[in-house]
Design a binder for this molecule. Structure first.
Ligand code: SOE
Length: 382
């Protein structure tokens, strides 16, 4: 492997561009891009700063000048491409969801471990300095006993029956849309920041539009526009989460409040320049910056002075930089791996099962996961 890691990006959409910026910010190069056709790869090549356009994803994976394969394609294609990249001995960054089934996500997690390759999933909200600051302070006991974990993740880009995207189609996006696309980010962030694990879920899913229009044709929608979720954790906390992709005016509002007996910590992704710490006597909006944050985690990721907000792309850059450090043999703390992708698949499975059964569903842990405890497998047996 050369000193400068070389990326191959599969996927020419919004996420392909975000990945390519992050690769270059990490001082690496994009050797090649692949799309749904040679022509789409050619069309995207210059914009992504790639040296070459590969004819197919398989041709990209096989290239000697690709060390890390970035998979940024529709969800249903992730498992097959990740399997091929691992088989070729490449490091992999696979967009979430890692796979549209628990079985595939579990298999990929095992394959990556057996092959000894770095395999990461971009749960990038972990890389906001304010989030790391909250995590370190919670770990140090500042919150007291966390008992209530709540929040929401709201977007509006699918408002309007004519708003369409491959994610709406369950064959391409998977059985869950709003939860599988963005709810998993919130759950990952909650578990990462608080150290709590969700043990049980009660979910209700709903649609703002029963039908959506694509190219003048109306078709029924099987995936949810939103979900309301109650949960419990292994450390005795209760929680709730509202997820929606049809909340007009909310662009990408991931918000949480983690409430303890001594303090509550809350964060809004659209206002990443502060971390709110609530106390009964005095509350503070801690400005994000290397001088104003006080914990190692916060300071590690804060690059700019307070008042100069770091946002989504910066967090993505930090994620890719840490993944590439792992490829070089380092062990960056808090890197989201395929095991976290499997965790998200288990949570998604539980949400889908709970909404269908209208009852509480137990979420297996990734450590002791067995196929018999997967809600999907239980459903198949019935
Ligand atoms: C679209 O909902 C999307 O791009 C998600 O797919 C990303 O994971 C999220 O970070 C931003 O919104």
């Amino acid at each position: 492997m050369t000193a400068t890691l070389r990326a191959g990006i599969i996927g020419t959409g919004f996420m392909g561009a975000v990945h390519s910026h992050a690769v270059r910010a990490a001082g690496s190069t994009v050797s090649a891009v692949a799309g749904s056709s040679q022509a789409s790869a050619e069309a995207a090549r210059a914009g992504l700063g790639a040296q070459a356009a590969a004819a197919t994803p398989e041709a990209l994976i096989a290239r000697d000048d690709v060390d890390v394969v970035h998979i940024c394609t529709p969800n249903a294609t992730h498992a097959d491409l990740a399997r091929k990249a691992i088989a070729a001995g490449k490091a992999v960054i696979c967009e979430k969801p890692l796979a549209t089934s628990v079985d595939d996500a579990a298999e990929l997690t095992d394959l990556a471990r057996q092959a000894g390759v770095t395999a990461a999933v971009p749960f990038v909200y972990r890389f906001y300095p304010a989030v790391r600051e909250a995590r370190d302070r919670i770990r140090a006991g500042e919150a007291g006993r966390l008992w209530l974990l709540h929040g929401s993740y709201l977007q509006d880009w699918l408002a309007g029956a004519e708003a369409s995207n491959w994610r709406v189609d369950s064959k391409l996006g998977g059985a869950s849309r709003a939860f599988g696309d963005i709810g998993v980010h919130w759950c990952d962030l909650m578990e990462f920041t608080t150290g709590h694990k969700i043990t049980r879920i009660m979910a209700s899913t709903s649609r703002a539009y029963g039908q959506r229009e694509t190219g003048g044709t109306l078709s029924s929608v099987a995936t949810e526009d939103g979900a309301t979720i109650l949960f419990e954790t292994d450390n005795g906390a209760a929680g709730s989460l509202v997820v929606s992709q049809v909340s007009p005016g909310r662009k990408n509002r991931l918000w949480f409040s983690f409430d303890g007996t001594e303090a509550s910590f809350s964060f809004n992704q659209e206002r990443p320049g502060t971390l709110h710490i609530g106390r009964t006597d005095a509350s503070t909006d801690v400005p994000v910056g290397p001088q104003t944050l006080s914990t190692p985690g916060g300071r590690r990721y804060a690059m700019l002075p307070p008042g100069h907000p770091q946002g989504y792309q910066d967090s993505f850059n930090a994620f890719v930089a840490d993944t590439y450090a792992a490829v070089r043999g380092q062990e960056p703390e808090g890197l989201p791996t395929f095991r976290d992708g499997l965790r998200a698949a288990l949570l998604t499975d539980a949400v889908v099962a709970s909404a269908a059964q209208q009852s509480w569903v137990t979420v297996p842990t990734t450590g002791n996961r067995s196929l018999t405890s997967s809600p999907a497998v239980e459903r198949q047996k019935q």
